[in-house]
Structure formats: structure tokens, C-alpha cells
Design a protein around this ligand. Structure first.
Ligand SMILES: [Mn+2]
Length: 238
């Protein structure tokens, strides 16, 4: 294997006429630099279902990103219950397919924000559709301050891979989500929670590396963000 692992990143998709009046793929640059600075080679993979087998054969790891979207609740057997939901059918259909293929073949996976939620739904879990509707007195999970700044703490559960990686039981994280894990998917365990009880990270117990975090470590503003990317790239290399 190449000493630098090849990491696929699924981008977001936009039709808003800001960059182009035609549909365009969108990805914040720091998802890429977090990988390249940590020793991987990042490759952005478009939603081409016919190429999934080829992508899969190339990749040593997969990053599922966040973005301006929600997973269609029909994937977990619910109707849409909030007007805050925005779905992207093409993205979610592609992402499900590449996630399941990677997961079933034990390719390391890091899910970030919406990517964490995709892991949970992919493994037959469900989501809180809009946190303020579901949790009384929840913390502010859609922070108004700049996105790289920490907005709340999370408690990391002992005896989890995430705890082994980060080596701390409480860390500060940024928070830019309005949904969260509700019912946990198969073969997953909770590895971090916010003080209001919101699930902030999950990991699969039956594979090499499949961790989803609700925060955005790609900003790498805190030491634990570097540790998470380091452990992910190490897993992709082995
Ligand atoms: Mn949060």
C-alpha cells in the first residue's frame, strides 16, 4: 500500500446561485487540509453511483462530512416533523451506498456532524429531527460565534476508542448542528455526550475504525482534534 493513505471525502451539493447558477459541489477547504496535514491524500468523490466500486477499490479511508442538509427521515421510518429540515436526496442516496460498502469491508470511516448522523442511520438508528423541539432547555448546539471556537463541553465515556484516542474525559467542542442521534444504530455505542444529554459521538464496536462525532474536528482548533485525525489516518495506513 502507498505509505500515504488515500482518503475519500464526500462533498456537499448546492443549487443556490452563489458560486454558479448551475448545480455545484461544495466542500470547506479544511476537510482536505486536515487530511493532507495529517499524512493522508484527500480525494473528493462526486455522487457517481456507477463509480462506487472503483472509488471503493481505490480508497484506504472515508470521511463523511457535514453540510447544509438533513437526512430524509423516511430513511429511519419517520415523516418530516420540522420545517427546519432540508433534504438532499442525491447526496444521501450516494452517501449511504459508499458508507455501507466501506463499512462492510472494514475501511476506516470518520463521520463528521451530518456524517456522524449518516453512520447512525446507515446502521438502522434514528435522529432527533430538531433538537429544540425534542429536548427542553437544550444547550445551544447551533453556535452563533465563529465556527472554529468551542461552544460547549462533551463528556467522553471511558472504555471507548474515542477515549483511548483523546485521553481525556471532558473536552471543549464547537457545535453547528440542529439534529442528533436518537435511537442508536446496530453495533454502535455512544462515546461522548453533551451536558444536556445530547449524543455527541458514536463508534462502531465491530470494525477497525468507524467513529462519528457531532462536532467539527477539521478546524483543528484544539489538541483533541489533531489526535482524532491522527488516529484516523493511522488506521487508514495499517
Ligand atoms: Mn453540540
Amino acid at each position: 500500500m502507498n505509505s500515504k493513505p488515500l482518503i475519500g471525502i464526500v462533498p456537499d451539493f448546492e443549487t443556490a446561485a452563489t458560486y454558479s447558477s448551475y448545480p455545484w459541489y461544495a466542500l470547506r477547504e479544511n476537510y482536505v487540509t486536515a487530511i493532507s496535514d495529517t499524512g493522508g491524500i484527500a480525494i473528493i468523490i462526486p455522487y457517481e453511483s456507477s463509480a462506487i466500486e472503483d472509488y471503493h477499490n481505490m480508497l484506504d479511508g472515508l470521511v463523511l462530512t457535514g453540510g447544509n442538509f438533513d437526512i430524509d427521515p423516511s430513511y429511519y421510518g419517520e415523516e418530516i416533523t420540522s420545517d427546519k429540515i432540508g433534504i438532499k436526496d442525491k447526496r444521501t442516496a450516494f452517501e449511504f451506498e459508499i458508507f455501507m460498502k466501506s463499512f462492510n469491508n472494514n475501511i476506516p470511516i470518520l463521520g463528521i456532524c451530518g456524517g456522524e448522523q449518516l453512520i447512525n442511520v446507515g446502521l438502522k438508528g434514528s435522529l432527533i429531527q430538531h433538537i429544540p423541539d425534542a429536548v427542553m432547555n437544550s444547550l445551544e448546539h447551533e453556535q452563533k460565534i465563529e465556527k472554529h471556537l468551542a461552544n460547549h463541553v462533551v463528556n467522553i465515556l471511558p472504555n471507548t476508542l474515542l477515549h483511548k484516542i483523546i485521553g481525556r474525559t471532558t473536552v471543549e467542542v464547537n457545535s453547528t448542528h440542529h439534529q442528533a442521534v436518537k435511537v442508536l444504530g446496530n453495533n454502535l455505542e455512544v462515546c461522548a455526550t453533551a451536558p444536556d444529554g445530547i449524543i455527541e459521538a458514536i463508534e462502531a464496536t465491530n470494525c477497525k475504525f468507524c467513529i462519528g462525532v457531532q462536532w467539527h474536528p477539521e478546524y483543528r482548533s484544539r489538541e483533541h482534534d489533531h489526535k482524532l485525525f491522527g488516529a484516523f489516518i493511522d488506521a487508514c495506513r495499517s
